[in-house]
Ligand binder design. Structure first.
Ligand SMILES: Cc1ncc(COP(=O)(O)O)c(C=O)c1O
Length: 401
């Protein structure tokens, strides 16, 4: 067809995800938390990295199961052939529980109403899909979903006594594990008390898995590890730890945001740059345009951040626009169209932690904020770096970390 784009279309701006880094991180984390099981949190498209590929790599690296936020995230993994255990962390309604139960996905029950919906859902399941596996969520200090600790024994017993349900787990979520160890200990004490009371209330032989830790808990507070840990951000190379925590195992960020220079020009002093003309060059300068903008997740507030272009650290100047941004270098900068731009990587360019500091946010928001318009390309074992562009991106990304 005349005028067709190359297939698959390769944008100069792309997120390259190193599956070896995911695998190695999972391996290091599994070793660090053993004998607790490592559950990889792959909600929000694996924090922007691509849920299916990351899930597979994390499982290969030693993760034992997966956690997502939404039913559709679990079903997308199943549709892609992921057979591992999957827990939907968020609340679900009866109709969703039926579909999840048919797919063998574990659901969260956080109050008596949800327990009732789970009972009804289980009865709507085909015989082969029963019992419906549920995890009871107890709120020990997060103030989000979850029953009060004193409600847990009665709820757990009701779930365990229903022949169509399987009480597979009881869990809580740590609110301050990366900031306040004393608060974490208080939550863990509340959870331990709930555990003793729930255990006493359960019928003989019912032994749910107990889990509480996120990345920070798993790495900084060994007592939070219990039977399984739910690790997200550390898998993506950005362990968030409280002050005084022991150093984490070696982890590396799998994701780099790369692009190429799309336009260059030498400009005289006083040249205005971008909307609002908020920046004017102080002298003769080279301006290079990069085809990435806030519609890709390169936020407007990133103006001033130094990125790596053509091997040099240069600041983003003027306003970041929807699809393009401008960097400024000295007048003798030998930059040309097609030169490599590392917008986010660590090492060669700023990493997600540097973006987060610049934006006044956290790496989670940076990573999940990369939009669907940015193609994800996979390198490392199992990556599909086949095209010339992907191959070159892949081979050079090794150096970019
Ligand atoms: C219930 C629950 N468990 C575990 C995690 C993983 O947290 P982290 O990415 O800090 O490891 C999250 C993420 O927000 C969560 O909501």
């Amino acid at each position: 067809m005349s005028g067709a784009l190359p297939s698959p279309p390769i944008r100069a701006t792309r997120a390259v995800v190193d599956l070896d880094a995911v695998r190695d991180n999972a391996r290091a984390l599994a070793r660090a938390v053993a004998p607790a099981r490592l559950w990889a949190v792959v909600k929000a498209d694996a924090y922007g990295h691509g849920a299916v590929r990351v899930a597979q790599a994390a499982l290969e690296g030693g993760a034992d199961a997966l956690c997502v936020a939404l039913p559709q995230e679990a079903l997308a993994l199943r549709a892609a052939g992921v057979g591992a255990g999957i827990l939907v962390l968020g609340p679900t309604r009866e109709a969703e529980m039926v579909v999840l139960g048919e797919a063998g996905v574990w659901v969260t029950v956080a109050d008596a109403a949800a327990a009732g919906e789970a009972r009804s859902a289980a009865r709507r399941l085909p015989q082969a899909a029963r019992p419906l596996a549920v995890h009871l969520k107890v709120d020990t200090g997060m103030g989000r979903i979850g029953c009060r600790p004193e409600e847990a024994p009665r709820l757990a017993r009701a779930l365990a006594e229903d022949a169509h349900l399987h009480l597979a787990g009881v869990f809580t979520h740590l609110a301050c594990a990366d900031e306040d160890p004393a608060f974490t200990r208080w939550q863990l004490e509340r959870f331990a008390r709930a555990r003793a009371e729930v255990t006493a209330a359960l019928p003989q032989g019912v032994r749910p898995l107990w889990h509480a830790a996120n990345s920070a808990g798993a790495l900084a507070e060994p007592r939070s590890r219990l039977d399984a840990v739910r690790v997200g951000i550390a898998l993506y190379g950005y362990p968030a730890l409280p002050p005084g925590a022991p150093p984490p195992p070696p982890l590396r960020p799998p994701l780099s945001l790369l692009s190429r220079v799309s336009f260059v020009k030498r400009v005289p002093p006083g040249t205005p740059v971008s909307y609002g003309a908020t920046h004017r060059t102080a002298g003769e300068r080279m301006l290079a345009t990069i085809p990435a903008g806030y519609a890709d997740g390169v936020r407007r507030a990133l103006t001033g951040l130094e990125v790596a272009v053509a091997g040099r650290r240069v600041p983003v100047v003027g306003r970041v626009t929807m699809d393009q941004l401008v960097v400024e270098g000295p007048a003798d900068w030998e930059v040309k169209v097609g030169d490599r731009a590392v917008l986010l990587a660590g090492g060669e360019g700023p990493d997600a932690a540097a973006w987060a500091r610049h934006l006044g946010t956290i790496p989670y928001e940076v990573l999940t904020g990369l939009s669907a318009r940015v193609p994800r390309l996979y390198v490392g074992r199992g990556g599909a770096a086949t095209g010339a562009e992907e191959g070159s991106a892949g081979s050079r990304d090794g150096a970019a970390r």
